[in-house]
Design a binder for this molecule. Structure first.
Ligand code: HEC
Length: 112
């Protein structure tokens, strides 16, 4: 009987801990927009546009810029209507709605 009670306590503990962690993480997720998939896509841009979109090289910074401006630039690149060396290739890898989600991620970040 004693052992069973202990097992019962152990079995119910993880979900309780998980709920507590989710409750704590909730505001952090909301502050970041909560679009984890788009955050992952945006991470792929860091090699050229800098960590979190704040460029330290010759590439344009993306962080803190207007989302609709970023989207418009990427759609032009995607359509081959922009003066582009490499960016048209990246833009073609995403649908318009995916590019809009990536633009929203960068727009929400602090301007460098
Ligand atoms: C291999 C390097 C590289 C990667 C990776 C890359 N870009 Fe670019 N990006 C560029 C370059 C270079 C330009 C300037 C246009 C050109 O020459 O193609 C540019 C331009 C842009 C512009 C236009 C900025 C402006 O002010 O004109 C946007 C928006 C942009 N990139 C978004 C992104 C996003 C979002 C990603 C990730 C999905 C990404 N880029 C990944 C190299 C890169």
């Amino acid at each position: 009987m004693r052992v069973r009670t202990r097992q019962g306590v152990l079995a119910t503990a993880p979900p309780v801990v998980l709920c507590a962690l989710l409750a704590l993480a909730g505001p952090a997720i909301a502050a970041g927009g909560g679009d984890t998939q788009a955050e992952l896509w945006a991470a792929g841009c860091a090699a050229c546009h800098g960590t979190h979109g704040a460029s330290v090289g010759g590439f344009p910074s993306l962080a803190g810029r207007d989302a609709s401006e970023l989207l418009a630039l990427m759609l032009k690149q995607r359509a081959g209507q922009a003066d582009s060396t490499i960016m048209h290739q990246h833009a073609r890898g995403f649908s318009e709605s995916e590019l809009a989600r990536i633009a929203a991620v960068f727009a929400a970040r602090p301007k460098p």
